[in-house]
Design a protein around this ligand. Structure first.
Ligand code: 7GP
Length: 829
């Protein structure tokens, strides 16, 4: 039917699909057509949202042409695909990136203008899909961007949460969460395919049976199921014509109405089943570095990996494909432990459904997965109680037991008599309850295990998984994180982009090492002056945004000191606050002359997990200090604290380019990598930081002179903790620190109410799990060095430019090349 004759008369039906013309005229025609026939309105009556939706759909048409072609050629070529399995994708706004990737920006701007429409107004209309919490989700978004730009076939698999990360508001300085109804005005970037829905089973029991060949086998008799509906998103490469796919799954009830119940008149009961099923993809768990062991979360995890595995095997491979060869066609990357239930699921597909021999299936499985760990906090490593697994996924639990039996047999053979070792390494633990350690399962099943920065990978080997790294040294590797220069320099910092382009050309956008060519310009006074103009312009742009967005007024001419990241004790926002308090206290007590103080604005951006009490207390304290300082005539020209609510990718793109100083002050050994640290350095901020995560590598690259280091090293931390740490003693012995904490506790920031700060103050004095007081003095001294440096604008900008020139390494393109070479063994098309 789709032969050459048909193709001759219907070229669009079989491809190659042709994109609309890249001309102002061609664009305007397509846009108006979309407005009329897609959105169903006339331009004269269209709202801003109508216009935005029509624009997005029009730009999507340009991408879709390449997308369809790419998918077709990939399937024909039969090449290996990267299947990125991630419960989170923190994508940020799509329109700007799509315009950049297609090179349509100028055409669109001119075309819209001729219709009397302003492009930036439409861009501001887009609600970012916040389908992630923080670093892990944003990293996934950077990685799929880089893979598309490197022309590597990749399918990102995840969940289409109806509600993403909550919208943060402040009420009396306290965080209040609002639902993130990001879909309420429609989502023009997605392509739903309800006809391609996949069934996912849950619950029930297992049984033994004898198959047609007389072989005894086990099988799963599930008791309920849901449908997974795929929603496809396009992931465009930069100026290369490649468009990959992000496939997010949405849960739907299999039988929308149970007719019997419906006929009996119990309408509420009839829709109950539907609500129950759809809950699975309803909301993102707003947790970061602290897992929520709830059954719904396990349902989400299994739901999306079951859909994804079936999708790849049944829809992306030829029908007669021999699954023994699966590792030649796919590598599934496990983005932390959230998708690890995919391991027993693949075993179940191969052994139960395709009747493959267990050992052969295990050999295939071990080549199809690799695992990335994103944390070092022991409490953040996921474990699932066997009781919960037995109820929800009984066959998977049996498979996990069988994997564990085989693995422990190996261990006992390798280390005869060492029963303690076998117990330590067991995937199933009995303490404090019988549970499956998902990181162990991932390590046993994965072809490779990696950490996300050198120090983190080292600690992962030595402290988190020492027995495993001793047993399989070659399995462990490091890939230091990276960030996409497209979104975080080219799109976010146009002022700087223009300066870089004029100086070294445009090649750096896809070859970030070329930023090194800027190095000689650090010595050029004219270039430094232009660099400072860029910063000033970015600060002005930020000031405009914050007034409109939050009613926050940024003073002019201040050093902009920025700390943006999730609120967590290990990241030590409270230590940053102590620095601010100490400076403020010294001014108002007359200990220092105000004329010697470097005027600074401190910007915080941070969401706290809704159930994380101490994190929320810290938010309250920051807001209280911000309000008091704003009202204090003695200091408000010198010290300002700005805490815009609801920090997200969109705000990051405005904040980071404006920053002078980047705060990366986690307790050494706790921040796996950090990626904000890279974005700041690449946008010409200096870092004040501990020897933690990727800070270590940033400092090595930029040089000690261009990085403000402070605090204990990881071994020093371990040592202090072993000796016994007493924060109250530090408080007593350090007068600056004592005065800062006393001021916080005095009621000065809470209208005389001393109780309001009690939780935070008590925790700092008597717990301080992350040693903020221990590093305080060193931090204060480092901040004094910052002031001193900033007083010499030429010296400061020289260092800032060297930061840019020397951090091209932190492109996610480089990270992806390392994964491709050392872990995935996959290639560009
Ligand atoms: C984060 C790490 O905290 C951060 O250091 C790292 O840069 C980032 O992943 C990307 O690798 N972790 C998470 O966002 C997270 O949710 C829980 O970790 C497992």
């Amino acid at each position: 039917r789709f032969g050459p004759e048909f193709a001759a008369t219907h070229p669009l039906a079989v491809g190659p699909v042709v994109s609309p013309p890249h001309s102002v005229d061609g664009f305007v025609k397509e846009f108006l057509r979309e407005l009329n026939f897609g959105t169903g309105v006339l331009l004269s009556r269209a709202t801003v949202n109508d216009q935005y939706v029509a624009l997005a759909r029009t730009v999507a048409h340009y991408l879709a042409a390449r997308w369809l072609e790419g998918g077709r050629t990939r399937r024909e070529a039969g090449v290996k695909v990267v299947g990125y399995l991630s419960a989170e994708y923190l994508l940020g706004r799509q329109l700007g990136n799509a315009l950049l990737a297609t090179g349509l920006r100028d055409i669109v701007e001119e075309g819209l203008e001729s219709c009397g429409i302003n492009l930036s107004t439409l861009r501001a209309q887009e609600v970012e899909p916040g389908l992630g919490n923080g670093g892990l989700g944003r990293l996934a978004a950077c990685f799929i961007d880089s893979l598309a730009t490197l022309n590597v076939p990749c399918i990102g698999y995840g969940i289409r949460y109806e509600y993403g990360i909550f919208r943060q508001t402040f009420v009396d300085g306290r965080q209040v969460e609002q639902p993130d109804a990001w879909l309420s005005l429609g989502s023009p970037w997605e392509f739903p395919h309800p006809e391609a829905a996949v069934q996912v089973d849950f619950g029930g029991t297992t049984e033994e049976y004898v198959d047609e060949d007389g072989t005894p086998r086990r099988r799963w008799l599930p008791s309920w199921n849901v449908l997974g509906v795929p929603y496809n998103y396009m992931v465009p490469g930069y100026h290369n014509g490649r468009v990959n796919t992000l496939r997010l799954w949405s849960a739907q009830a299999t039988k929308a109405f149970d007719l019997q119940i419906f006929n009996s008149g119990d309408y509420a009961e009839a829709v109950r089943a539907q609500t129950f099923a759809e809950n699975i993809s309803k909301v993102l768990y707003p947790e970061d570095s602290t897992p929520q062991g709830r059954e719904l979360r396990l349902q989400q995890q299994y739901f999306f990996v079951a859909c994804s595995l079936r999708d790849f095997i049944e829809r992306e491979l030829p029908a007669d494909f021999d699954l023994h060869d699966l590792p030649e066609r796919i590598i599934f990357q496990l983005n932390d432990t959230h998708p690890v239930i995919a391991v027993p699921e693949l075993m179940r597909l191969l052994v139960d459904e395709r009747k493959m021999d267990w050992d052969e299936a295990w050999a295939v499985t071990q080549k199809c997965f690799a695992y990335t760990c994103h944390t070092l906090l022991p409490e953040a490593l996921e474990v699932w109680p066997t009781e919960m697994l037995a109820k929800l996924l009984p066959r998977h639990l049996e498979i996990i037991y069988q994997i564990n039996d085989g693995f422990l047999r190996e261990v006992r053979e390798a280390f005869p008599g060492d029963e303690m070792r076998a117990r330590r390494m067991s995937i199933v633990t009995d303490y404090p309850e019988r549970a499956v350690r998902m990181a162990y399962l991932a390590t046993v099943a994965g072809a490779k295990v990696n950490g996300v920065a050198e120090l983190h990978s080292q600690l992962l080997r030595d402290k988190v998984l020492p027995d495993f790294s001793e047993y399989w040294p070659e399995k462990f590797t490091n890939v230091t994180n990276g960030v996409t220069p497209r979104r975080f320099i080219r799109l976010a910092n146009w002022n700087f982009t223009r300066l870089i382009n004029e100086t070294i050309g445009t090649g750096w956008v896809t070859d970030l090492d070329r930023l090194a060519e800027l190095e000689p310009y650090a010595e050029d006074p004219e270039f430094r002056a232009r660099f400072r103009q860029v910063k000033a312009a970015n600060k002005e742009r930020l000031a405009k945004l914050l007034v409109a967005r939050d009613g926050i007024v940024l003073p002019e001419g201040h050093l902009l000191d920025v700390m943006v990241k999730r609120l967590h004790e290990y990241k030590r926002q409270s230590m940053k606050l102590l620095h601010i308090l100490s400076t403020y206290e010294q001014i108002i007590s007359g200990a220092i002359d105000p004329a010697t103080v470097t005027p600074r604005t401190f910007v915080f951006g941070a969401k706290a997990a809704p159930g994380y009490k101490m994190a929320k207390e810290t938010i309250f304290a920051i807001n209280a200090v911000a309000a008091t300082l704003a009202a204090d005539e003695r200091t408000n020209h010198l010290l300002t604290v700005a805490f815009p609510a609801n920090y997200n990718v969109t705000l990051a793109e405005k904040l980071i380019p404006a920053a002078d100083l980047s705060e990366q002050i986690s307790l050494a050994g706790k921040e796996a990598s950090g990626t904000g640290n890279m974005k700041f350095a690449l946008n010409g901020a200096l870092t004040i930081g501990t020897d933690d995560g990727a800070n270590v590598e940033i400092r090595e690259l930029v040089g000690d002179d261009n990085f403000i280091l402070f605090g204990m090293s990881e071994p020093e931390v371990a040592d202090l903790q072993a000796r016994g740490y007493n924060p109250a003693a530090v408080y007593e012995s350090n007068p600056l620190l004592k005065r800062a904490i006393d001021l916080l506790a005095s009621g000065h920031f809470t209208e005389g109410n001393r109780d309001a700060m009690n939780p935070l103050v008590m925790d700092l004095l008597y717990n301080d799990r992350f040693l903020a007081l221990a590093d305080f003095q060193s931090y204060i001294e480092a901040q004094a060095k910052v002031d001193e440096l900033y007083a010499d604008p030429d010296a400061w900008s020289r260092k800032a430019i060297l930061n840019v020139a020397r951090t091209g390494f932190f492109s996610s393109d480089r990270s992806m090349r390392e994964y491709l070479d050392r872990i995935w063994h996959a290639k560009a098309l």
